[in-house]
Ligand binder design. Structure first.
Ligand code: ZN
Length: 305
């Protein structure tokens, strides 16, 4: 792209600032010490705000009005939006070959965001997708940037609570949600391990924890494919992305969106139903508002996902 075109794109992006539409839903599972956020983020309202000059907060804070070359991954995204957390419409950019992202070249260029153990994985959960992993922490514990990069989002969001998103040089973005305090501003450069804020329980969250996401071109990636949380290290120094990476997630999302039920037959037990449906008795109890010792009725519909 010619420089003039890049600058024009940047100017247009500055002029048209999508407004985030939020919806609320009471349709979620019970408390589990976890977040209950939904992917409700990116329905662009399309309204046009007046162009407001943007002023750097400090010499270390940059935006597109300073120079595009400061924005990590600008050539891939062609925008830098400090309002919208993720662009759900950004689905078709990555359709071709495998792209190998370099994650690390030395020991000090990456960090696990917090020390807590993983208590909820990426994937379908309570009938919808969980696009990150949940890590245990106490409110007030430091939350660190996984890699060096530039803070793109630092704001309060109804679902994520106090949330920070960092764009990294390789195009990956990482998200840190439910913070009690944010300590960085959009445009701020950070190093791996820099404290972005303090862990907490804000937004749609039950119990203090860190909801941590990894995304590429707005598409979610299982952070457990990038980090070995138990060992506290990267899985590998590179990460390969190909269209299959996101097709798997799309398939899981389709499954997650479909509620499945089991109709109780003679001889059924909760544990047998759980086993046949790849879930647990405690999940069935939570989904159906019953206890493990509840008596099942013949013909009863038991929700299984
Ligand atoms: Zn989560």
């Amino acid at each position: 792209m010619k420089l003039t075109a890049i600058l024009l794109t940047a100017a247009l992006w500055g002029a048209v600032r999508p407004v985030m539409a939020q919806t609320d839903s009471l349709d979620h599972g019970g408390p589990e010490g976890l977040d209950i956020y939904e992917e409700l983020l990116m329905e662009d309202g399309g309204s046009v705000d007046p162009v407001v000059p943007r002023i750097a907060i400090s010499p270390l804070v940059w935006d597109v009005n300073d120079s595009l070359s400061y924005i990590p991954g600008y050539d891939m995204y062609c925008h830098w939006n400090t309002d919208v957390i993720f662009d759900r419409g950004n689905t078709a950019r990555f359709v071709h070959d495998t792209l190998r992202l370099v994650l690390s070249q030395q020991d000090c260029d990456h960090a696990i965001p917090c020390d807590g153990k993983l208590n909820s994985p990426f994937g379908p959960r309570r009938g919808r997708m969980h696009y990150g992993i949940d890590l245990e922490l106490e409110t007030g514990d430091p939350v660190k940037s996984a890699f060096a990069g530039m803070v793109r989002i630092s704001k309060y969001n109804k679902s994520f609570g106090h949330v920070v998103v960092v764009r990294h040089q390789n195009g990956l973005e990482t998200l840190y949600a439910h913070l009690s305090k944010r300590m960085v501003e959009p445009g701020q450069m950070v190093e791996a391990g820099d404290v972005l804020g303090l862990g907490g329980n804000t937004g749609r969250s039950y119990g203090s924890h860190l909801h941590f996401e990894v995304r590429f071109l707005d598409q979610p990636i299982d952070p457990s494919l990038v980090f070995d949380i138990e060992k506290g290290q990267l899985k590998a120094h590179t990460f390969d992305i190909h269209k299959g990476t996101f097709a798997t997630i799309a398939a899981a999302k389709a499954t997650a969106g479909t509620r499945r039920y089991h109709v109780v037959r003679s001889g059924d037990t909760l544990s047998a139903i759980a086993r046949r449906n790849g879930t647990s008795v405690s999940s069935l109890c939570r989904l159906n508002g019953i206890s493990a010792s509840s008596t099942l009725r013949l013909g009863q519909r038991v929700r299984v996902n």
